[in-house]
Design a protein around this ligand. Structure first.
Ligand SMILES: Cc1cc2nc3c(=O)[nH]c(=O)nc-3n(C[C@H](O)[C@H](O)[C@H](O)COP(=O)(O)O)c2cc1C
Length: 495
């Protein structure tokens, strides 16, 4: 089934199970921290399978909870994007770039056939706690239903629909918070609508396939509908049905969908929450308040959950490493910057937000500093990132050992580090104190490329001669060494 992207969560789960990438827990577990704790421990092993809890205390088997969907697994990211299972990190980034270039507009389908409308509750009947919504961390301000979610809002002026991934804390049976970072699209929609004295409609899906998140969790152009980009990733139009209580569309194959409204000025205290940084973010503070007007779900729905923690137990890890790198690489190419060989937003760096490494073939004076400045500030990469590192084309940016080697042998800190100040960041950055100082950040741009001015005099790297490497490769079995020799990025060409 390589080559096609799973269209909904159940198809994705089926494929993941077939690949031996799913663990199922049938013992009863508690929604209060226990599922999150099991997930945290389980996911300490890099590449650990996805985790499906089928019985949650107080909910019997009415609904399941899925965690560690992608986690630190390149294999599950490959399934998500329809790429070969043995894809390398950079293969996946290149693959994601291709998918992100496509736009396929959504289609309307018959609401009678829409799985999401198998169960519908409207108005007084709505109770979001009829679902096993978990509490993640001991100091969290409440239970969070939308973590691995997609949230639809409409631009009040241009009318296009944004899809973002933003967390939602449950306040009571029909009120949930919506936390959106500064500068993110839903916040811009809400702020603009409020200036006009208008309410904002919201549709939030709490059970979704990871392919939708590949788009919703990334910065796409702020003037276009991300529904079209989700279609592009799926390779087929996203199926929609009209909402029952809002004028927004509802994705027909979501497991769970809430419809709601944010009235002008409506906020309520929310948080704290254990964040992508591995810390509780900001202290409890005001967040948008959504009044839930309808709750729809499939029979025995599957809620998707994103644990935020230190790596590798961070749900954002590989998703961001692949999707964010693809966005940054695409931005650089669209700007006309030549010679980019790879981009890697390291998954261990605050869920892929903290460090961006770009590999390039230096073609002219100032090329590497130009790449650093643009990678640091382009739409796909500007938010949060603290460290932007440029390496030469013979360094694989996804290989941490190689990057550390380049930092240690090609970077002269006194000359090669620049700082950007007052940059786009978040209230969740634990290094900006006191918290009232937020959400401004700063970035270090580190040039770990060979010094361009002395490129031709730079000490030659010790590299194997191509002919010797090929000979040794062909003799590997004869030498009795077992397995295969590793591939090598850079070889000395024979004269
Ligand atoms: C699992 C997960 C949870 C996230 N939670 C939030 C959140 O609660 N608030 C937020 O502003 N961004 C959150 N993000 C990051 C945003 O989804 C990301 O910045 C994205 O670009 C937002 O979409 P937009 O660019 O359309 O605004 C989360 C990302 C992931 C993968």
């Amino acid at each position: 089934m390589e080559g096609t992207v799973p269209q909904d969560l159940r198809e994705w789960l089926h494929r993941v199970a077939e690949a031996g990438e799913l663990a199922v827990v049938d013992a009863e577990v508690d929604w209060d921290q226990e599922m999150a704790a099991i997930t945290y421990l389980w996911a300490r092993r890099p590449g650990a399978p996805a985790l499906l809890f089928r019985r949650v205390r107080g909910y019997r088997d009415r609904a399941s909870c899925l965690w560690n969907l992608l986690g630190s697994s390149l294999r599950r990211m490959a399934i998500t994007l329809g790429a070969p299972l043995d894809s390398t990190a950079l293969d996946l980034v290149r693959h994601a770039r291709q998918l992100f270039r496509r736009k396929i507009p959504p289609v309307w389908v018959d609401p009678q056939q829409a799985p999401v409308y198998e169960n519908q509750r409207v108005g007084e009947e709505v109770d979001v706690l009829s679902l096993p919504v978990p509490k993640h961390w001991p100091r969290d301000g409440g239970r969070y239903g939308g973590t691995f979610d997609v949230v639809l809002t409409r631009d009040p002026e241009a009318g296009w629909v944004n899809v973002g991934t933003y967390r939602m804390m449950v306040h009571d049976r029909n009120h949930v918070g919506l936390y959106v970072s500064p500068g993110k699209d839903a916040r811009l929609h809400i702020e603009r609508a409020w200036q006009r004295g208008e309410a904002v409609e919201v549709v939030a899906c709490w059970g979704v396939p990871p392919a939708w998140l590949a788009v919703s969790s990334q910065g796409f152009p702020k003037t276009e509908s991300e529904l079209d980009y989700i279609g592009g990733v799926l390779g087929r139009p996203l199926e929609l049905v009209p909402g029952r209580t809002t004028s927004l569309p509802v994705p027909a194959r979501a497991e769970v969908a809430l419809e709601g409204v944010i009235r002008p000025g409506a906020t309520r205290l929310e948080g704290p929450f254990g964040e992508f940084t591995g810390y509780y973010g900001r202290p409890e503070d005001q967040a948008f308040l959504v009044e839930v007007t309808a709750l729809h779900h499939r029979h025995r729905p599957i809620l998707t959950n994103a644990l935020m923690a230190d790596y590798p137990s961070n749900e954002q890890a590989v998703l961001f490493a692949v999707a964010r790198s693809a966005r940054i690489w695409e931005d650089l190419e669209r700007l006309g910057v030549p010679g980019i060989r790879g981009v890697w937003a390291h998954p261990a760096a605050a869920g892929g937000f903290g460090v961006t490494v770009v590999s390039l073939e230096q073609r002219y004076a100032g090329h590497a500093p130009q790449v650093l400045a643009l990678a640091a500030q382009c739409p796909g990469g500007a938010y949060y990132t603290k460290w932007v590192i440029a390496v030469d084309e013979d360094v694989d940016p996804s290989d941490t050992d190689q990057v550390l080697w380049a930092l240690s042998t090609r970077c002269n800190p006194a000359e090669d580090i620049d700082i950007l100040r007052q940059t786009w960041s978040t209230w969740l950055d634990p290094t900006q104190n006191p918290p009232e100082e937020r959400p401004y950040g700063s970035k270090a741009l580190i040039n770990a490329c060979k010094e361009h001015r002395y490129l031709h005099q730079f000490a030659p790297r010790t590299r194997l001669a191509r002919s010797v490497y090929e000979r040794v490769r062909s003799r590997w079995a004869e030498l009795g060494l077992g397995g295969q020799p590793p591939s090598v990025v850079s070889l000395e060409e024979d004269r």
